[in-house]
Ligand binder design. Structure first.
Ligand code: BG6
Ligand code: MG
Length: 232
């Protein structure tokens, strides 16, 4: 039997929370006189809360005391949590549950690999927690994506070699982290943004069971990237 490790990012892959991070950061940034575009926001995806605020301050050429920095991170998180509070399983992105169930039925190893410190409560809220054999989140890592730490810990917990793992990611930093970890990177989103990924799909509705089976069997792997047009 073939077995692979499937590692899912959370925000923007499993649930549509990337929009809430954007709204909360935007309001926070505006409150200190900084603005940023949706293109700049791509750089905030996948990276830690601390790194996100550092980037916003860089864009606005601002510096803060440590106390102010902590306060602003708290304000952002409180607003984010107020959105999360309203969430239910209708915010699971299309065909994510179907994909998870397919992989579980095929007895694959499944982990979460997220930068978020809010990952476990969100998974509980949308009733997906029990689908994951291992959870690695922002509380478990010291190095933010694009550092591969989060995915390497995930592989270790699943007892899988990195080269036998497949990562689903919506962020540039996350795709880079998966590539550095020598895992197959599957971008979920726009080709123009996620072009460093081995394969790119708009969302899980575009990922066929044949594609998943080929990942499981090893017929599709990182080296074949240039030759495979299955995602085009
Ligand atoms: C990532 C998001 O998953 O988690 C980032 O893409 C976010 O936008 C990061 O900043 C940290 O999340 P949290 O919930 O710990 O603030
Ligand atoms: Mg994400």
């Amino acid at each position: 039997m073939h077995k692979k490790g499937f590692i899912f990012d959370l925000d923007g892959v499993i649930v549509d929370t990337a929009k809430y991070h954007f709204l909360a950061w935007k309001r926070l940034a505006n409150s200190i006189g900084v603005d940023f575009s949706e293109t700049q926001n791509e750089q905030l995806k996948g990276v830690s809360r601390v790194r996100s605020l550092e980037k916003i301050l860089e864009w606005g050429n601002k510096s803060l005391s440590e106390g102010e920095f902590m306060k602003l991170m708290g304000l952002k998180n409180n607003e984010y949590l107020s959105y999360i509070d309203q969430m239910d399983d209708s915010e699971i992105l299309p065909d994510v549950s179907k994909t998870l169930d397919f992989l579980i039925e095929k007895e694959q190893a499944i982990a979460l690999g997220s930068a978020s410190k809010n990952a476990t409560p969100i998974l509980k809220k949308v009733n997906l927690l029990e689908k994951f054999e291992a959870i690695v989140d922002g509380n478990d890592v010291s190095k933010a994506k694009p550092n591969p730490e989060v995915f390497l810990i995930g592989a270790e917990l699943l007892k899988m070699k990195p080269e036998n793992c497949i990562v689903f990611e919506d962020s540039v930093a996350g795709v880079q982290a998966a590539n550095t970890a020598n895992m197959i990177s599957i971008g979920i989103g726009e080709k123009e943004v996620l072009y460093e990924a081995d394969y790119i799909f708009k969302d899980f509705t575009e990922i066929s069971s044949e594609f998943l089976e080929a990942l499981i069997s090893g017929d599709i792997n990182k080296q074949q990237k240039k030759n495979v047009s299955i995602n085009n």
